[in-house]
Design a binder for this molecule. Structure first.
Ligand SMILES: Cc1cc2nc3c(=O)[nH]c(=O)nc-3n(C[C@H](O)[C@H](O)[C@H](O)COP(=O)(O)OP(=O)(O)OC[C@H]3O[C@@H](n4cnc5c(N)ncnc54)[C@H](O)[C@@H]3O)c2cc1C
Length: 508
């Protein structure tokens, strides 16, 4: 459309009421609230939501702040706990563990990346593993958490574990209070404009029709508008990420209440453990080409550390994304746009990215091609960089005991990742390209954790006085450990800061 004055978007229709739909609705209520626009969300109770997705990464704090959430209220409403990182168990040899902690480690000295200094000096006495320099890793190992108590205390980088259903309900209350209209019903037909191909209205099974200017497709894996209606193809990444199923089961909360997610490698996939205040979320992500559903369920049930509180639930998926996330007047968020397995807890973050980019490029009724293309480029890059980071965990391994691990260890990988691995292997160099989600510290922690050890280090480090640098980094180590030791126990902190209000569990 090239209308010179096409006019503003007056009505936004969000299709789907899972985490994606209600995040979009809460953000829209906050940012499109100019009294001129109508925001409608349609969801089907009969279809329901995917009902998983409980571990997040630090940018979630930014999203909650954007929509005006008070942290204590949020913890009480969603049973949330604090998350300082992910502990990977058994990903290299089967008998190893490392922490991918949030935030950086150490401190750069004279402009040189901390990990380069560490690479050079790591064999000296008192230097130890690089994780001892990451405040969030040390606090996680000590099972401690706290917020800064004054200007002298450095904040820990953290995210949350929360109950996905309770988070959606929490967002729904905010969105509805902000003027979003919720319609319950199942969409059975989609009407398109014969000239432009844009979606004009969706029809519900009871005959109601809901029209709109902009449609945000949050309909989950089915991708009702973007995939089914607009015909945007799915780009399949399962040759790199063969896990295509999960079985999930909640268990009773177990002590101690750990401030991190655990991801344990299994023979044909991996198992998650997500501690919430009122229960623990558990799941086994696996490749159906390498293990049956029954075996996968048995593996999960044999490796729980508390009693199940429900029957195991099976989920199916495919790694990949829609080749465009915006076509015509339809923008897809969440599972409707693509899926990457939850190994690094990135899906909710990708929803958040989609929302912020959509608002940054918010269209008028002319639906500028240049804005749409920019959105698609930015979202394409966001998915690709996360994809490479996840593939790294599988590919850089010495595990050899099963067909699954032999496959992922030897499979061809994307060129972008091959380049990153080669650069790191040589002199430990890592670069962050464009808007890449995971920073240098994340790549370094996972590369080293997966036993990718550089042959050398940045030669510029050799210009520094090695003894003095070694003393300086020993001091950083000691200060990091002291800082973590001074923090409260995680469970005590949560109980004081935002104890779960159980009535939310029953109001769901
Ligand atoms: C096994 C697994 C584990 C995961 N773990 C994590 C994690 O730890 N961290 C993380 O960030 N993400 C995780 N995710 C991803 C996360 O669950 C999703 O990104 C998130 O829940 C968003 O889902 P959604 O809202 O896009 O889709 P859904 O929850 O599926 O919601 C779809 C909505 O569309 C509605 N709908 C569909 N069709 C129609 C129709 N015809 N008419 C009306 N309404 C309709 C449904 O009723 C529902 O309301 C995980 C995913 C899986 C599969």
């Amino acid at each position: 459309m090239t209308d010179a004055n096409p006019g503003p978007i007056r009505k936004v229709v969000i299709v789907g009421g899972g985490t994606a739909g209600w995040m979009a609705a809460a953000a829209a209520a906050r940012y499109l609230d100019d009294g001129q626009r109508q925001i409608v969300l349609i969801e089907s109770d009969a279809i329901g939501t995917v009902g998983v997705g409980e571990a997040t990464i630090p940018p979630i704090l930014g999203f909650n702040a954007l929509i005006g959430v008070d942290e204590r209220e949020f913890l009480r409403a969603t049973g949330a706990t604090f998350k300082l990182g992910i502990e990977f168990v058994g990903w290299d040899t089967g008998d190893d563990r490392y922490m991918h902690a949030f935030g950086g480690h150490g401190r750069d000295i004279q402009g040189l990346a901390f990990h380069q200094l560490w690479l050079k000096l790591r064999d000296r006495p008192g230097i130890g593993g690089i994780d001892a320099y990451a405040p969030s890793a040390v606090a996680a190992y000590l099972n401690r958490f706290g917020l800064p108590t004054g200007p002298q205390t450095a904040p820990l980088a953290y995210a949350y574990h929360f109950d996905a259903g309770l988070y959606a309900a929490f967002l729904r209350r905010r969105a509805e209070a902000g003027g979003v209209t919720r319609i319950e019903g199942r969409i059975t037909r989609v009407d398109r404009d014969p000239d432009t191909g844009h979606v004009r209205a969706v029809r519900l099974d009871d005959g109601r029709s809901v029209d709109g200017d902009l449609f945000i497709d949050c309909s989950g894996f089915r991708s009702l508008l973007l995939g089914e209606t607009m015909g945007v193809p799915f780009e399949d990444w399962s040759h790199w990420l063969p896990c295509d199923r999960a079985v999930a089961v909640p268990t009773e909360p177990s002590a101690p209440l750990l401030p991190y997610t655990r991801a344990t490698a299994r023979t044909a996939g991996w198992q998650w453990r997500i501690p919430l205040q009122h229960r623990t979320g558990n799941g086994h992500v696996y490749s159906s080409a390498h293990i049956s559903d029954d075996e996968a369920t048995a593996v999960l049930l044999a490796n729980l550390d508390s009693r199940p509180t429900a029957e195991p639930r099976q989920l199916r998926f495919k790694a990949g994304r829609r080749t465009s996330m915006w076509k015509g007047n339809v923008v897809a968020l969440g599972l409707a746009g693509g899926f990457l397995e939850p190994l690094e807890s990135t899906s909710i973050h990708l929803i958040q990215t989609g929302i912020s980019k959509l608002f940054a490029l918010f269209p008028d009724r002319g639906f500028s091609a240049v804005e749409r293309d920019e959105y698609n480029r930015l979202m394409g890059d966001a998915y690709t960089s996360v994809r490479d980071f996840i593939i790294l965990h599988y590919h850089a391994t010495r595990r050899d005991g099963s067909a699954f691990w032999r496959h992922v260890r030897t499979m061809p990988i994307p060129d972008s990742l091959t380049r990153k691995l080669a650069l790191f292997r040589e002199k430990g160099r890592v670069f962050r390209y464009d808007d890449e989600l995971f920073g240098i510290s994340s790549w370094v922690q996972v590369l080293l954790g997966q036993n990718v050890i550089p042959v050398g280090h940045d030669p510029i480090v050799d210009a520094l006085d090695a003894d003095r640098v070694a003393d300086a980094i020993r001091q950083i180590r000691a200060a990091t450990i002291r800082g973590a030791q001074s923090l409260p126990n995680h469970a005590d902190f949560v109980a004081h800061h935002g104890p779960f209000d159980r009535k939310n569990e029953f109001a769901k």
